[in-house]
Design a protein around this ligand. Structure first.
Ligand SMILES: [Zn+2]
Ligand SMILES: [Zn+2]
Length: 538
């Protein structure tokens, strides 16, 4: 593909013309008596023009070289414009009335379709990876241009859709949405797409303790501790196929707390892993390379959370529950910004809006903190300790205690809107909130309690299992999925019918805080040491 899109040329100015051939442009002065001064300005660091300034005598031409310099850019090379300014200087005073106006000609520079979207290196056809910068490449299904794995639309043409699935950026807790869009209709049964290993290990020493996985960018991220206990790592897979993409050993052999620990992923593709020993590690999620790792004082049970900015992208803060504190970290460099000492242990992830963080501690106290200046906004004392991270939507905070009470609090004042006592058994996992306003609460009584989020009225209770439900539910298209401590995944359909959706090994538990969804795929891990990806039929 030519680097210059000729269709964008404007030759309508009479005395001037410009044309492009290959990687050069020709600027011609067709006047008979006027000197043309030309200044070329590149709007992008990766486009070089030479010469950038010159004067053209009447009836002469200048060839300008346009060179792509991807080494000058860390951003994707996208079509861009070079503006050519032409300025006419009088040489004959008698022609005053006939001097043409100044001109500006746009040349549209289209990067070669086959270069790396990050570093600009030319890629071989069908390349799936850039050998120079390590970026994983996804080919546009429409025009085959190489794109990053994070991209949703093609960098060469925004109307080319690369993927539509919702990115599951946070493990259960702290995720205000916690469901797939209702437009995807998922049936109640699940079939195995792939698993790792294929079958549950029979030797205890071969069992990995996986934490709750994340699904985003068409990839699945999961962390694990090996049973011997001297090593922990994060692994990434292609979600659709199970192909291993990378793995990285973590600096903390204790790893992510298998029950409630979790990872967080930013919209720009950085994975944050907070481990039991107080290490926080940032990893380039696409390439599997280490960005930074810092050690903090205290034990981490809950997961890290990244507040979303008002533009829908990840902000610069990372919130990590460490010991008795909520620690606020600059996620770009790992430096601590602030540490809020809370007076009791945090066993679970915080949740956050773009202006406030909410933590729920072991004393049953919910505290709201201003993300800007760190001041405490309000606190509310509820009836039990928290293992479940609160969730937030539309200015309402939903929090469930180990005494079984579910509260709805005004997120700006802490005032109670309602409380529900659908169960007296502990609620140890975050509820899920569906797009149509139903709160799904999984309890230790083995039942899923469905509560109207606006009123707190109990809509239905459905007994799923004799074992506790310690796996945060996920909702997708009217169907709710969750795991139980009997090793099974259950689903509840739109008519509140209960289905045994999938069985793992008898005697195991569905591990980690919950499931991750990506399109019609559902990922989770079991204490039998297997990481599963199941497919829901629509
Ligand atoms: Zn590259
Ligand atoms: Zn395309």
């Amino acid at each position: 593909m030519s680097i210059i899109d000729k269709t964008k040329f404007d030759f309508s100015v009479a005395a001037t013309s410009s044309e492009a051939a290959g990687q050069t442009a020709v600027v011609r002065n067709e006047t008979s008596t006027t000197v043309l001064h030309v200044a070329l300005k590149s709007p992008e660091a990766w486009i070089d023009v030479y010469p950038a300034e010159f004067a053209l005598a009447p009836r002469s031409a200048q060839t300008v070289a346009i060179r792509l310099a991807p080494e000058n850019s860390r951003d994707a090379l996208v079509p861009a414009s070079v503006k050519l300014f032409g300025q006419f200087l009088h040489v004959n005073a008698n022609e005053t009335g006939h001097v043409p106006p100044d001109v500006s000609i746009d040349l549209k520079i289209v990067p070669p379709a086959a270069n790396c979207p990050i570093c600009g290196t030319l890629l071989p056809e069908q390349a799936r990876e850039c050998k120079r910068c390590g970026e994983r490449i996804r080919l546009c299904p429409v025009c085959a241009a190489p794109n990053t794995w994070v991209a949703r639309t093609c960098r060469l043409n925004g109307s080319h859709v690369i993927r539509t699935e919702v990115d599951w950026l946070t493990s259960p807790g702290g995720d205000s949405v916690h469901g797939a869009p209702a437009t995807i209709k998922l049936g109640p049964q699940l079939a195995r797409k792939w698993s790792l290993p294929t079958f549950a290990p029979t030797r205890a020493a071969d069992i990995y303790e996986w934490s709750a996985p994340l699904a985003a960018f068409g990839m699945l991220f999961a962390s694990a501790i090996d049973t011997v206990g001297n090593r922990s790592f994060v692994q990434a897979f292609e979600m659709a196929t199970g192909a291993a993409l990378w793995d990285l050993e973590l600096p903390d052999p204790k790893g992510v707390y298998p029950d409630r620990g979790s990872m967080a992923l930013s919209t720009d593709g950085i994975l944050y892993v907070a481990t039991l020993g107080g290490h926080v590690t940032a990893i380039d999620a696409v390439r599997g390379t280490l960005k930074w790792s810092e050690k903090f004082a205290g034990t981490v049970y809950g997961g890290a959370v990244i507040p979303t900015s008002s533009n829908g992208k990840s902000g610069e803060l990372l919130l990590v529950p460490i010991g008795d504190s909520l620690t606020i970290i600059n996620r770009l460099n790992g430096k601590e910004i602030r540490r809020h000492e809370l007076g009791a242990r945090l066993d679970t992830a915080p949740c956050a809006s773009n202006v406030a963080a909410y933590v729920a501690d072991e004393d049953g106290i919910v505290i709201a903190l201003d993300l800007g200046d760190g001041r405490e906004l309000w606190r509310a004392t509820l009836d039990g300790a928290f293992d479940a991270a609160p969730i937030l939507r539309d200015g309402v905070l939903y929090a469930a205690t180990m005494s079984g009470t579910v509260y709805a609090l005004d997120a700006s004042t802490g005032a109670e809107r309602w409380q529900s006592r659908a169960t007296v058994k502990p609620v140890a996992v975050s509820p899920a909130l569906s797009a149509d306003g139903l709160l799904y609460v999984a309890a230790d009584d083995g039942s899923l309690h469905i509560i109207a989020a606006d009123t707190g009225n109990l809509v239905r209770s459905r007994k799923l299992s004799n074992a506790p439900l310690r796996n945060s539910p996920v909702t997708g298209g009217g169907t709710v999925f969750l795991g139980a401590d009997d090793g099974n995944i259950y689903s509840v359909d739109a008519d509140y019918g209960v289905h045994l959706a999938y069985e793992t090994s008898a005697g195991s538990r569905i591990a980690g805080a919950g499931l991750a969804m990506y399109g019609n795929l559902i990922a989770f891990s079991s204490t039998n040491g297997v990481l599963y990806v199941l497919e829901a039929k629509s």
